[in-house]
Design a protein around this ligand. Sequence first.
Ligand code: PHE
Length: 469
Amino acid sequence: MKRELFSSKIGFILAAAGSAVGIGNLVAFPVMASQNGGAAFLIMYAFFVFFICLPVMLAEMSLGRHTRQNPHGAYSKIGQTPLWNGVGWLAVITPFMIGVFYLVITVWIFGYLAKAVMGQLDTLAQDGAFGVFINSNELYIYMAVVIGLTFLILQSGVKQGIERAATYLMPALFVMLLLLVGYVLTLDHAMLGVQFFLIPDFSKINVQVLTDSLAQAFFSLSLAMGILITYGSYIQKNNDIVGAGKMVAGLSLLVACCAGLLILPAVFWSDPSIDPSELTDSSIGMIFMVLPKIFLALQQDIGFFGASFVASFFFLLVFFAAMTSLISIIEVPVASLMDTKGISRRRSLITLGVVMIALSVLSALSFGRVDWLTSFLSYGGADKSFFDVIMDVFYYSILPLNGLLLCLFVIYRWKKVNLHAEMREGNPGFEGSLMQKYIDVSLGTFIPAILAVIFLLNVLGRFFGVQVF
Ligand code: PHE
């Protein structure tokens, strides 16, 4: 089977930005920034995006394009040992499992969108509504719709499915985000939120904040999930990978900043004396518990219909962002199965879909509905649900480990000269550039070292209850 390619550099940029821009940028970033020193956090985050994450991103894209393979294929083709073959499998199983938890969250967002559109914003804003919603039967209807849409997009292939979805959804997302920011900035006390977001407080930065923000930047750029290897394998040879990577990182950061200018002013409008750092400590709490209340309160200004409209608009925006991320992560195992077994896209989707649906249902049932799933395992001094276990194992532990292994693989197994040669394609000026020197040094030394530290800290904290810092 001939490998499908993205039609152009911009097609790739939109697809990769679609993967990068997700719930992380729109909600997790503003929540983290408001707790950790506003602009101080932003500056540090931007530094991590360009100096730590970008080299890893470019390495993944180059590896994908060079091998024209899914992550497992890429590792085994170049690695040629059982060890690298195993690492390759890890690079496929991880996105699959992260896909399971991302699917569950996307389903929640779609459910909130549907309910806001159906005029049930007042129900969503009640205390305890989220707990009721995630344990309701209607959740499975929303799940069926999200899975159906994901299937339809992926079934249509790289150009007609992934790229086309991104070329519609991403520009729509940018415009909607700007409109919402514009609206929120006209609200009373909005400037307090802007100030809070933009005035740096460096005293909040400590080692924990540093590692958390780096992990967030890593997740947000979809690194170490095999996504950029897979999408990289669909890039044309004459496209400039370095330029495209910079664009993707920049877009993702820009969206995160705009989201800060959306969420914080809205929070201050609802209560000018609020300390946002005490509002909620999770992005899940923010989207599903805090924001519906704020949206409903807008009815004093613009009526219930207006408030529902704004809420629906916001959830649609987040839903678009989540969908483009979801399809990118599911494409990894889909491509892997197609490449390794030589089967059609459809068969690969159906096979994986069945397993994924089963795991997602188990996760969705682990929020109190089914006891053994809710207290699935006990470690690190707490009972963990099935959903928590997936997060702890794959997101907190294997993700940084995969990043670390990728750096070592690219520099010490695939070798720098080959990486350079791939990056030079479509970008002849890359040879001898400062960027090239930086990538060489960083990917072989301090980036893997930092990822090793994050991996160790997370494993100790999550599984053994040891907080080093
Ligand atoms: N970049 C996404 C976000 O910020 C994260 C993600 C991408 C998660 C792809 C899963 C799959 O939300």
